[in-house]
Design a protein around this ligand. Structure first.
Ligand SMILES: Cc1cc2nc3c(=O)[nH]c(=O)nc-3n(C[C@H](O)[C@H](O)[C@H](O)COP(=O)(O)OP(=O)(O)OC[C@H]3O[C@@H](n4cnc5c(N)ncnc54)[C@H](O)[C@@H]3O)c2cc1C
Length: 391
């Protein structure tokens, strides 16, 4: 056992593993060859199975219809989900946990409850042509007009827009006492003035697209402002923390699958009269991969527990960056070695290593690039010291 866990934790982990093995992995190739798409009935069966297993909306409170797993248990589930390619794991929808206690009663009824139930899906429109890592450079605006806001701006890489009913739109306030500060809005899809410019092709083969959107005088009622004017960045940071932890977990799952598959292949593949597993060059690639996976997993599991224990938010913020940085870089190294071990087969799209090699690359970019994670970690180191962050 890599890390101490209760019987309940172990049971949740095993349930998630079985779901991935039986319901998702068998559909990877079909998805790869069909632009990431699976037939409607397959997705509905997967969703029904998740509900039956108690793995529906795992990050949401029970009184809203979620399963309310601990952060550690969510890490265990996400890790298993990370073992599958083609974004098929996204069938496990985890809604905006940060919205709990932030949304008004009206927003909970109109948006949050349907999201938890799976009737509405959300997407995030934060990044812009001139504002990626530097979120504060966004040029999108929100101008108050009577009981409404008028939203304008261009947004890039909006993941899952093609599957969503709601988009969270981040803008700077134009005019009013909080002019220039950030605000986050709920926008219905479709809305007048909201237009998809295009859905570019990306490296991975996912059914969820990453759209470029144009917001031109999109009118939303003031009731769709999230929290207060000026509070926009707080929610974005909360979402970043959650996603960075779950990316770390998924990267651990991906690395485990790659190591298992590459090891099985190396034991079978005979060249020069011997299984390639007997060659030290191959052994060392697998040994390095396994060692790095263990380190990443210990960090990620510990962070999950730390969040459950209510450790200081700034420390959590730094640790989410450390886990995401290390686990995503680790998984990319593991994928590179796995392709090498599979040889020419590792370059075929039907091979799991080839797909992960492409898919894991984005984990070093989205939710803050590796460079930005390092900036956050160094900033926290300067403020809090090594003893607090790695003691
Ligand atoms: C597949 C995909 C899905 C995405 N989904 C969404 C989404 O749903 N919603 C959304 O809003 N955004 C989304 N994004 C955007 C993503 O968050 C950004 O791509 C990311 O934050 C980096 O911004 P950028 O691409 O503009 O790169 P830039 O910020 O232009 O960075 C370019 C390079 O410069 C480096 N750099 C920048 N600043 C510094 C610095 N201070 N120090 C050192 N190096 C620096 C970066 O690390 C990077 O290497 C998605 C991106 C991708 C690829």
């Amino acid at each position: 056992m890599t890390y101490p866990m209760t019987d309940e934790d172990r049971a949740i982990q095993e349930k998630a593993r079985r779901f991935v093995d039986e319901e998702l992995i068998p559909h990877e190739l079909e998805a790869e060859m069909n632009a990431g798409q699976l037939p409607r009935d397959v997705i509905e069966r997967q969703q029904a199975k998740l509900r039956e297993l108690g793995l529906w909306s795992i990050n949401m409170p029970r009184d809203l219809g979620g399963t309310e797993l601990t952060s550690f248990q969510q890490v265990l589930v996400s890790e298993q989900i990370g073992r599958v390619t083609n974004g098929l794991g996204w069938v496990l929808h985890t809604g905006p946990e940060w919205a709990v206690g932030v949304f008004t009663a009206d927003q909970v009824d109109r948006y949050l409850k349907p999201m938890v139930a799976g009737d509405k899906r959300e997407c995030y429109a934060i990044t812009e042509p001139n504002a990626g890592s530097d979120v504060d450079a966004i040029e999108a605006t929100a101008r108050r007009e009577g009981g409404d806001y008028l939203l304008n701006g261009t947004k890039w890489h909006v993941t899952s827009f093609n599957k969503a009913e709601v988009v969270f739109f981040q803008a700077k306030l134009a005019g009013g006492p909080k002019a220039g500060s950030h605000a986050l809005f709920i926008v219905d899809i479709p809305s007048e003035g909201l237009r998809m410019v295009r859905a570019p092709a990306y490296s991975h083969t996912y059914a969820d697209q990453h759209a470029i959107l144009e917001f031109e005088d999109v009118r939303v009622p003031a009731a769709n402002l999230i929290g207060d004017e000026g509070g926009g960045m707080d929610f974005t940071y909360a979402w970043f923390r959650y996603e960075r932890l779950m990316i770390a977990a998924r990267c651990c799952g991906a690395a485990e699958r790659l190591i298992e598959e590459a090891t099985a292949f190396a034991k079978e593949r005979v060249q020069f009269g011997q299984p390639i597993m007997s060659y030290q060059a191959i052994q060392h690639m697998l040994a390095d991969s396994l060692t790095e996976l263990w380190a990443a997993r210990l960090m990620t599991y510990r962070l999950g527990r730390e969040i459950d224990e209510g450790v200081d938010l700034k420390v959590q913020h730094a640790h989410c960056s450390m886990a995401k940085l290390y686990a995503s870089e680790m998984a990319n190294r593991v994928a590179d070695r796995a392709v090498q071990i599979f040889g020419g087969r590792g370059y075929m799209r039907e091979n799991v290593a080839e797909r992960f090699y492409r898919e894991l690359r984005v984990d070093r970019i989205w939710e803050g690039t590796s460079e930005i994670q390092r900036n956050i970690i160094a900033d926290q180191l300067a403020k809090r010291g090594a003893g607090t962050l790695a003691g």
